[in-house]
Ligand binder design. Structure first.
Ligand code: CAA
Length: 379
């Protein structure tokens, strides 16, 4: 077993690290406070080839492996996890097309996202169906060769700025998971309109909003896979993207540790740097070991995805462990900074607010435990 990164991965890691340090971190607090969408930072990431990275070379993309993508995401998240959520959202939005799209669909909808700057959103969650995907209500009624979509999606990352949406809708609400199909819907389609932008606790630089569908007409050629395959497509998408959420959490925690290591050597109490006290040392040690363990789970689950293996359990291990770890690590970071940590003059309170979302989105950590337990019990 070889734990070292290859030359290409080291180059990618270095490029992402520099972008995070030079372009993301310096403006992170400003966008956190304003809640504005950081267009230039997101566009800059695209110009460096750090968006829509899942698009294979045959569709004009760079076709990063999931492992490569995780290496990159950890670095970007060190700078700001909200901006990184927006940067990596294209891969989440495009994944259903990669998983279930025909060659024609990939050429028509996915390839342009690699050659032009476009934002893609993943439309799964709804006001009354977050964890319970099979209970989603957005209705897709057949009308000749078309479908007409009616309903509301919520918590849609980049929803207010997206050029393209992958959307999950039901033909028959009573059929639960068996009645769901996935559709590709470009922004600008009549009846599709972004609604309320959420005023979030953390990750405030990522755009999160409601999206309304009012008689949105899509062609049958915009349906991914067969009718009724949407639930499976959603689950297979999340199996593949959860490792990158874990990577994002590792990036947040690593930033927390870096801030604490510097602070613990500067800040004095009782005449000594606080890093000389075991109470602080133990927290630093726990943060470091949590980061290492979470990164290993992240890499393992990403590697499984790259091998084409079913990675439901490992992706949930990684997502759940890494995001719980990030929450603990950033809470400890605030503790180490004491009163200073509770103010906006220092960066750690933002990390703690940002980390909280990680335990909630792309499946709450309770859902991850459910997935893990079901996989265990299936044997
Ligand atoms: N791969 C393939 N098939 C799968 C699967 C998988 N990973 N998981 C389940 N299935 C299949 C099952 O085998 C079953 O098939 P049959 O019809 O043949 O029996 C079918 O799908 C139904 O499965 P379940 O009985 O397990 O379904 P369930 O209703 O009990 O729900 C769940 C399962 C795991 C709770 C699921 O609803 C879930 O993952 N919920 C969380 C949703 C989530 O993560 N949302 C995140 C939104 S995106 C976001 O937050 C990102 C953002 O914008 C930042």
């Amino acid at each position: 077993m070889d734990f070292s990164l290859n030359d290409q991965q080291l180059t990618l890691q270095d490029a992402a690290r520099r972008y995070a340090a030079e372009k993301i971190a310096p403006v992170a607090a400003e966008f956190d406070q304003s809640g504005e969408f950081p267009h230039e930072v997101i566009r800059g990431a695209w110009e460096l080839g750090m968006m829509s990275t899942c698009v294979p070379e045959e569709y004009d993309g760079i076709g990063l492996s999931m492992l490569d993508s995780c290496i990159m995401v950890e670095e970007l998240a060190w700078g700001c996890s909200g901006m990184t959520t927006s940067i990596m959202c294209n891969d989440l939005g495009l994944m259903p097309i990669l998983v279930a799209g025909s060659d024609d669909q990939k050429r028509e909808w996915m390839a342009p996202c690699a050659s032009e700057f476009k934002l893609v959103s993943f439309g799964l969650s709804e006001p009354n169906a977050g964890s319970d995907v099979a209970g989603l209500q957005l209705l897709a009624e057949a009308d000749g060769d078309d479908y007409v979509l009616n309903g509301t999606k919520c918590w849609i990352t980049n929803g207010g700025h997206a050029d393209l949406f992958t959307v999950f809708a039901t033909h028959d609400r009573k059929s639960r998971h068996k009645g769901i199909s996935a559709f590709i819907v470009p922004a600008g389609t009549k009846g599709l309109s972004p609604g309320k932008k959420e005023d979030k606790m953390g990750q405030r630089a990522s755009d999160t909003c409601v999206v309304h569908f009012d008689n949105v007409r899509v062609k049958a050629s915009q349906r991914l896979g067969a009718e009724g395959e949407g639930f499976r497509i959603a689950m297979q998408t999340l199996d593949r993207t959860r490792p990158s959420i874990a990577a994002l959490a590792v990036g947040i925690a690593r930033r927390g540790l870096d801030e604490c290591l510097a602070y613990a050597q500067e800040r004095k109490a009782f005449g000594f740097p606080i890093g000389s006290f075991q109470a602080v040392q133990f927290m630093l040690a726990d943060m470091a070991k949590g980061i290492e363990a979470a990164r290993l789970l992240t890499y393992q689950s990403a590697w499984m995805v790259d091998q084409g293996m079913r990675a439901s359990k490992q992706s949930s291990f990684a997502k759940c462990f890494a995001t719980d770890m990030a929450m603990q690590a950033t809470t400890d970071a605030v503790q180490i900074f004491g009163g200073n940590g509770y103010t906006k003059d220092y960066p750690v309170e933002k990390l703690m607010r940002d980390a909280k979302l990680m335990q909630i989105y792309e499946g709450t950590n309770q859902i991850q435990r459910l997935v893990i337990a079901r996989e265990l019990l299936k044997g």
